[in-house]
Design a protein around this ligand. Structure first.
Ligand SMILES: [Cu+2]
Length: 334
């Protein structure tokens, strides 16, 4: 309905209508309040204007009035609160079977790595009608990945992953903006989201020279020497990483954290901050030795050996002895 109305960007994701509905509701409530206040203001100014011989009279208060103007706003605010929190959690929580795409921001471009191995810059090709989860990080300063037509925006931070997701509903080309001022050429940090029909997308994604991201990760895992400590066949000096993704991990300092993307990332860059219980603190930091893209590949690889290899392999990793509830890793993907 709003597509031809020039104040709104096109609505091209499942979330767009929901965000707009809330937005319109807020506008209407705010507009009604403004009208009410102005009408009363003018009415009272006229009704209680200064007249000779008439004195103002002190009013001592009215319970009925005070209850009314407390209860009605409370109800209105609760509606806003519940509605917007529900939408917020929906927007924050990628559906479980989303396709994953890694994004690395830097001054002043967006670098994209698809799970299938496709790479692109300032362009993101996605199929229509699929849940897409973006796992994003920045190489330098804070950026923000904003797709107005999808009504999603998420800050992209150096040193950690942040996540956003969408489900495009219409093929087309949509604007991508950096919406966090990030330096001289911030305004040039733009791109396009190309939403394609599934068949078209399959053709696009299969013309790919480099192989899946997890395969690049597997290669790096060997080249960087990770595999000399992390072995899946025999007990190495480090824990077997098979199936670690998504599981609770007991740390040396007693914390129990979930092995999400941020956990894996921090294990590689800052192993000292989170030592796994029962192992020697021998894992070196790879800070400065690997690029953000390589970390993404390593993470994609470690995730893939959790998910794909079922059966006997998943029992290779002994469940950590723990009591109580797993906590987020303190820095988890939201
Ligand atoms: Cu930027």
């Amino acid at each position: 309905m709003l597509n031809n109305f020039p104040l709104w960007p096109e609505q091209a994701s499942t979330l767009a209508h929901r965000v707009d509905a809330l937005y319109i509701f807020l506008l209407v409530v705010g507009g009604m309040m403004a009208v009410l206040i102005f009408v009363l203001l003018i009415y009272f100014a006229a009704r209680f204007r200064h007249r000779p011989g008439v004195r103002a009279e002190q009013i001592e208060g009215s319970n009925a009035l005070e209850i009314t103007w407390s209860v009605i706003p409370f109800c209105v605010f609760m509606v806003i609160f519940i509605w917007s929190s529900a939408l917020y959690f929906k927007e924050r929580t990628p559906p479980a079977d989303s396709s994953e795409i890694y994004v690395v921001a830097k001054q002043w471009m967006w670098k994209v790595e698809h799970a299938e191995g496709q790479r692109e810059i300032n362009e993101l090709h996605v199929p229509v009608d699929r849940d897409i989860k973006l796992i994003m990080t920045s190489q330098d300063v804070i950026h923000s990945f904003f797709i107005p037509a999808f009504r999603i925006k998420q800050d992209v931070l150096p040193g950690r992953y942040s996540v956003e997701w969408f489900h495009a509903t219409k093929p087309g080309v949509y604007h991508l903006f950096c919406s966090q001022y990030c330096g001289t050429q911030h305004s040039g940090m733009v791109g396009s989201i190309v939403v394609m029909e599934p068949a078209q997308y399959e053709a696009w994604v299969s013309g790919n020279p480099s192989g899946p991201l997890s395969a690049s990760g597997e290669k790096e895992f060997a080249e960087l020497g990770c595999s000399s400590c992390h072995r899946s066949d025999v007990q190495g000096r480090g824990p077997n990483l098979q199936g670690v993704f998504g599981k609770p991990v007991q740390l040396e300092d007693g914390r129990i954290v979930t092995a999400d993307e941020n956990y894996l990332r921090e294990c590689i860059l800052d192993p000292g901050s989170r030592r796994v219980k029962g192992y020697q603190p021998i894992m070196p930091t790879f800070q400065g030795l690997v690029t953000d893209e390589q970390i993404n590949e390593l993470v994609a690889y470690i995730k893939s050996i959790g998910a794909n290899q079922s059966g006997a392999k998943t029992t290779a990793r002994a469940a950590p002895p723990f009591t109580g509830k797993a906590q987020p890793s303190g820095n988890q993907v939201q």
